[in-house]
Ligand binder design. Sequence first.
Ligand code: NAD
Length: 359
Amino acid sequence: MPDFTYQGLASRVVFGRGTISALKREVEALGCRRVLVVSTSQQTADADRVKARLGDLHAATFSGAAMHTPTDVTARVLELVQEQAIDGVVAIGGGSSIGLSKAIALHTDLPQLVVPTTYAGSEMTPILGQTENGVKTTQRTLRVLPETVVYDVELTLTLPPLMSVASGLNALAHAAEALYAQDCNPIVSLMASEGITALYDSLPRIKSDPADLDARASALYGSWLCGICLASTSMGLHHKLCHTLGGTLNLPHAETHAVVLPHALAYNTPAVTDALKIMERALGGGDVPAKLYDMTKSSGATVALKDLGMAESDIPVVVQAVMSKPYANPVPLSAGAIEKLLRNAWGGVRPDQSNSPHA
Ligand code: NAD
C-alpha cells in the first residue's frame, strides 16, 4: 500500500427515519436563536415543516433558492439576514438550497444545519459553485462546509422516481471519479466502493417502488459517502464536462450527470484498470460503462443529451470550452475523442468497443 494523507472533514451527521424531530435540539446545540430557513420555491411545504419544528427559534424563511446559486439571489437573502439579525441557517432541499446556505455562510460565517432531500451530496463538501452573469465559478473553502447534516429518509420519499435515479447517478459519479483521482487514497476508495454498491442496488428499487423506505435509506446513505468522495478528491473529465454542459447550455444538473457518466468512464477506461475493478465488484461484475447505461435506461431515465435540450450544433462549442481549460484526467484530453464522447452521449448510444471515443 502506498503512503497517503487523508483529511477528515468535521461535520456532525444525524441519519435515519423521522430524524427531523431532532432539528430543534441540533440547532440549539449550534447555539442559534434566530434561524433563517432556506428552500426552493418548489419546497415551501418542507420549509413550513422545518419552521414548525423550530418553533420560537424560527426568525424568517427564504424560499427563493435556485440552481447554480445565482449571486443576485444571495445578495437578496443577505439583506434579510441582516434585517432579521439571523444567527444560523437551516437549509432543506437539494444542492440548490444547500448552495444558497453555503453562500450565506461564505459571507457571514453563520453556522449551517442542512437537511438534504436529494442525493447530490453537496452537504458533505466544502465546495460552492456560484453563477454571476451566466458564468459559473467554483471554489473550495471550509467556511462553507455545513456544521450539521440531518438526513431524514422520509423526506426523500417525495423525490420523483426519475429524479431520484438521476440524482443517485450524480452521486455515483462522485465516487467513480474519486476512484481514479490522483489524490485518491484507501479510505476514500472504501467509501466510494460502499457508496456505489448502495446506489446501484437501491436506485432500480426506488424506480419500481418510490415508497420503499429501505431502498431510500440505502440511496441516501450511498449519497452521503459519495459526497465525501467529491469533497476529498479532485474530479476529472466527467465533472468538468457536466460543469461545462450545465454552465454553457443550462442543462439540468442531475440528468446531465446521469447521461454523461457511462461515456466519461468509457473515455477513461484505457487508463483506470484498478478503479474499474473496484466498480465492477460494486456492480456485481460486467462491463462498467455498459452496465451503468443499462441501469439508467431500464430505470426510465434519459440516456441522451438531445433529450435534455442540447442541439447537435452545440457539440463543437462544448468541445472547445472543455479543451480551453486543461486539467488532470487519467486519459489526456483530445478534441477528437471528446467530440466522439459527446456525439455518443448526445445520441444516447450504449457505450461499447465499436463506438469507443478512442476507436
Ligand atoms: P435541486 O436542489 O435543484 O433540486 C431539484 C428540484 O427538486 C428542486 O425544484 C427541488 O426543490 C426539488 N426537490 C428536491 N428534493 C425534493 C424532494 N425530496 N421532493 C420533491 N422535490 C424535491 O437539485 P440537485 O441536483 O440536488 O442540486 C443541483 C445543484 O447543486 C446544482 O446547482 C449543482 O451545481 C449543485 N451541487 C453542488 C455540489 C457541491 O458540492 N457544491 C454537489 C452537488 C450538486
